[in-house]
Design a protein. Sequence first.
Length: 184
Amino acid sequence: MALLLLSAAPAYGETLDENILEEINRRHSPLCDTFNGILSERTQLVLVPLVAGGLGRDGKFLFSVAAAEGMGYFLSWGMKEVVRRQRPYENLYDIRTPQGKEDSSGFPSTHAAIAFAGAAAIAERNPNWAIPAYTWATLVAYSRVYNGLHYPSDVLAGAAVGLGAAKISSSLFGKNGFGWSFTF
């Protein structure tokens, strides 16, 4: 439903998705460019949730986070190959890309899928870390729009893929990596 609303055409011929993207993308500063660049880094995207997952002090917790993130990665890339949506800077005039451009298609956001899959796995195993984990995932998703690499609907879809990946991963491998499942 949210994706349909974002794609609906409001006044002046632009979609709500484009309007939100342009509003976020044009509000910038050197500090915000740096901060959102760090959030968009692939190493930070994987490293931070895995470190947080390591806070569980056992290999099962780390495995459950890594399995969820891996599932999010593969599901989102499979969808990218089917949908083949162009990135915002390929369609819209004057979209800033302070972190450079990417070669893959834009829908869904793999960064958002991985971040939300990791956050869901962390929150499931350690509810005290739910707010920091989901805050991190939300900031990663926001950074992708800020950097002009995704439409808001791309990151919403990526978040949904990530949450679904965590659910699938948990049902396959269990909450602790072996045997227990959870529900959203």
